[in-house]
Design a protein around this ligand. Structure first.
Ligand code: GLA
Length: 378
């Protein structure tokens, strides 16, 4: 068989494989290579699932740990650091070439209880906790110095009314715990980018609090490189004009903007009284709240596709400021949205279905950068 003939056969087989498997020849990371990084959150068990790591390798260039880098994961109740999984993650990215986003250094959740007490069980004083925070950040950020693109230094520090969210950090250290965390992170890895990350940032008061934080840090010469807009969205939330203005407002401050935890729920959002462990929901209402337990109707699939397309139109409009868009998971089957804001529903918020097939939204997003004039009104 001649060489040319062999090459031809291979090319035909490749086209056939791509066509038959529904995988588009171009990847998301390539389609957006001139726009922004495209990331995915991986859960601990995802790293040992080769079907998932293959898609993560092909489609994405950035990884965030869904749980594995949070405080209780590396600093469990024993009080002894456990870097087994994070080391595994860094081993994985060494081969795959992904950028890692460190998520997250300071949060009001995933906290080991002993952290805020001394050996006698007494609550720490400000200076003691600051020292502990500094040592922790030094150990953790220092261990992976030079290997992390950027850290979510502080996560979710504000309430919707713009006030500081209550947490042991706020209670013991005071409002400047945020500034201190950024300073410590910068000392530990001067080349890492440092981010403030939060949800609900289209809300005017919360947004104003984050704008004030960025200005405060900049005025004091404390490095902050980006605001992370989490992006836990739905078919109707947020209003695209508000999102457009939110990104523009942060961009004007001279920081990058990242969409850090993108997922789009297709399910109805329960009322406040329907959430929480004690909520009593009738059987009829449960059916209303969980309308697609077996499969996603075509009509809703199309709505999901066009919603993602619209969101990406907004991101593309701000492409000079938006440096990364990260999806909060890869497959619907493992998304936290199946269990939030209420447990046990069947949601379809991500790009790959429960059998790990690319949903129609993937093709739509692949085509968008080249055809944005046909689709985007922004
Ligand atoms: C927040 C956190 C994430 C994750 C999600 C729920 O957005 O920042 O780390 O815990 O909640 O999955």
């Amino acid at each position: 068989m001649s060489f040319v003939f062999k090459v031809l056969i291979k090319a035909i087989l490749l086209v056939f494989f791509v066509f038959a498997s529904g995988i588009s020849a171009m990847s998301l990371k390539d389609a957006y290579k001139n726009e922004f990084l495209i990331g995915v959150a991986l859960a601990n068990k995802d790293l040992t699932n080769s079907s998932i790591t293959t898609i993560a390798n092909n489609e994405f260039n950035t990884v965030t740990a869904e749980f594995g880098m949070k405080m209780t994961s590396i600093l469990p109740e024993s009080g002894v650091y456990n870097f087994a999984w994070t080391d595994q993650l860094f081993g994985f990215v060494k081969k795959s070439g992904h950028f890692v986003v460190g998520h997250t250094l300071v949060w009001h959740k995933a906290l080991p209880e002993w952290l805020f007490c001394d050996r006698m069980g007494q609550k720490l004083k400000r200076d003691q906790l600051l020292l502990k925070l500094q040592q922790h950040i030094n150990t953790y950020v220092g261990r992976y110095r030079g290997q992390v693109l950027g850290w979510d230094v502080v996560n979710e520090a504000f309430n919707y009314d713009g006030s500081f969210r209550n947490s042991p950090w706020l209670e013991i250290i005071g409002e400047d715990y945020i500034e201190k965390a950024f300073e410590f992170a910068h000392q530990a890895d001067p080349n890492a980018e440092l981010y403030y990350n939060d949800y609900g940032l289209v809300n005017p008061k919360k947004q104003a609090a984050v704008v004030a934080l960025v200005k405060r840090l900049k005025k004091k010469g404390i490095p902050i490189h980006a605001v992370g807009i989490q992006g836990h969205y739905s078919l109707t939330y947020p209003d695209l004009n508000k999102l457009d203005k939110t990104i523009a407002r942060f961009a004007k401050l001279g920081v990058k903007v990242m969409i850090t935890e993108l997922d789009v729920s297709v399910l109805p959002f329960p009322g406040v009284e329907e959430r929480g462990e004690d909520a009593v929901i009738s059987a009829e209402r449960l059916i209303e709240l969980n309308p697609y337990p077996n499969q996603l109707p075509d009509e809703i699939q199309q709505q999901l596709t066009s919603r993602y397309r619209d969101l990406f139109c907004v991101f593309l409009k701000h492409q000079s400021a938006v440096s990364r868009v990260t999806f909060w998971g890869l497959t619907d089957s493992r998304s936290w949205r199946n269990n939030w804001p209420i447990e046990g529903r069947t949601d379809y918020p991500l790009l790959f279905d429960r059998a790990l097939n690319a949903k129609p939204v993937v093709d739509a997003l692949l085509e968008l950068p080249a055809s944005r004039d046909d689709f985007c009104n922004f």
